[in-house]
Design a protein around this ligand. Structure first.
Ligand SMILES: Cc1cc2nc3c(=O)[nH]c(=O)nc-3n(C[C@H](O)[C@H](O)[C@H](O)COP(=O)(O)OP(=O)(O)OC[C@H]3O[C@@H](n4cnc5c(N)ncnc54)[C@H](O)[C@@H]3O)c2cc1C
Length: 400
């Protein structure tokens, strides 16, 4: 296999596209195989901490990302039962001064399009849509991936960025389906003019309560409003009867603050997904194949960092592949060593937030939480977040 044979990347999500861009910056060609008929993203909002800008800055994408994103005035946590403000993370001037980069909210499609356009401008990146990979073979000096329609693609190595239900994770680790947490998520975007609920419109807000939460924020320069409702249920079915879903929703949020109930009334019942994550594991790589993003370390969304970690992975992996000069075993081992503890911490802290912070029942646990956070000031909150928001310290092998 020639030295600069392309690297196969399976999955054209945020992790896969970032990897392709970061490889291209080092002159390394890649071929991105996406199973969907077209490259694209599901149409909902997504949040990013300043840590992703350590990557976007290195890839020269700061201006393009900021043009489609907004910065909230603050990130708030409110008590779902009485509406009391529990935590306020100011994301304005002091946040920028502390973390160097902003906190952003953005339509996932808009961010995806920024990355896609950047990929299309790189000769070194080939984007192949409608290529659902169903099998692969590591031939020792190359890797072949086979698509559902019989096409075969060959590359020097293969990066599996194929998401939480990764085919490659099953082959490398074999730990089965993602681990459901007993909750479902509903997502809705409405024109902001249709928002009736009396809620802050310029902040990211998380209302936490017994077995339920809602996250909301504005999108697309305050023209739209993104609402995610998440609640505990034993009816995981992804398709069901809208009337019973509606009744379940009304029942679940019956004791919630009136503003939450007003938002619940607007929820679209079509997009309903079981919430699941993965256990942290080692051994993300074997031979010329490596897992990246959700395929390696999918977290719950409590810290809003799953895509952030996939994006950090992409730059880190590309730098290490570049530095290892086609010694993929070495590059992949260094990649796992660099990324394991940080991503595992995101997975574990996300679980802790989920079970021991966001969804507490009325009673002493909730009272302790509320009393504890009442003593937090800005400096303390920023210190708590610095391990995450200061970025991953991805090596820069500019000198080659
Ligand atoms: C409700 C919710 C809210 C979230 N909010 C946030 C947030 O605010 N901030 C944040 O950072 N993260 C958030 N996340 C997490 C985030 O969505 C994921 O961590 C992120 O999308 C992972 O990116 P990825 O590129 O690894 O995988 P994915 O985005 O899942 O992309 C995988 C791609 O691979 C393709 N694919 C899959 N199998 C194959 C195959 N066999 N062959 C070819 N292509 C294949 C898929 O079509 C897809 O395009 C949230 C998640 C949920 C569920």
């Amino acid at each position: 296999m020639a030295r600069h044979a392309p690297i196969l990347i399976v999955g054209g999500g945020l992790g896969g596209l970032t990897t392709a861009l970061a490889l291209a910056k080092r002159g390394r060609p890649s071929r991105v195989l996406e199973g969907a008929p077209e490259f694209g993203a599901i149409g909902y909002g997504i949040q990013f901490g300043p840590n992703v800008f350590h990557v976007f800055d290195r890839l020269g994408l700061m201006d393009q990302v900021l043009a489609v994103a907004d910065s909230p005035a603050a990130v708030l946590m409110l008590d779902a039962l009485d509406g009391k403000e529990l935590v306020r993370i100011p994301t304005g001037t002091s946040f920028r001064a502390r973390f160097k980069y902003p906190y952003i909210i953005v339509h996932r499609i808009d961010l995806h399009n920024v990355l896609l356009e950047a990929c299309r401008n790189e000769d070194a990146i080939e984007l192949v849509a409608d290529a659902m990979v169903t099998g692969f073979a590591d031939r020792g000096d190359s890797v072949a991936a086979t698509a559902a329609d019989g096409r075969t693609f060959s590359g020097a190595a293969l990066v599996a960025a194929d998401g939480v239900r990764s085919l490659f994770r099953e082959a490398l680790i074999g730990d089965g389906e993602p681990r459901p947490v007993g909750y479902v998520a509903l997502r809705t975007i409405i024109p902001i003019g249709e928002l009736r609920a009396d809620v802050p419109r310029d902040c990211v807000v998380l209302w936490g309560g017994p077995g339920m939460h809602i996250v909301h924020y504005p999108l697309r320069h305050n023209t739209h409003f993104n609402i995610v409702a998440v609640f505990r249920t034993s009816t995981y079915a992804e398709r069901g009867d809208p009337a019973s879903y509606r009744a379940e929703l009304e029942h679940t949020y019956r004791n919630a603050h009136p503003a939450m109930r007003a938002m619940i009334a607007t929820m679209d019942l079509q997009w309903r997904r079981s919430v699941a994550d993965r256990d942290p594991v080692r051994h993300w790589h074997k031979g010329r194949v490596v897992l990246l993003g959700d395929a390696a370390h999918a977290p719950l969304q409590s810290l809003a960092q799953g895509a952030g970690m996939a994006i950090e992975d992409g730059l880190c992996l590309a730098e290490l592949v570049h530095a290892a000069d086609d010694d993929f075993a070495r590059a992949f081992a260094r990649f796992e060593a660099a990324r394991l503890l940080r991503t595992a911490r995101v997975q574990l802290e996300s679980r802790t937030l989920w079970h021991a912070f966001y969804h507490l029942d009325e009673g002493i646990e909730r009272d302790v939480r509320n009393a504890t956070v009442a003593g937090w000031d800005e400096a303390q909150i920023f210190n708590c977040l610095s391990w995450l928001y200061d970025g991953a310290g991805v090596p820069n092998f500019a000198a080659g």
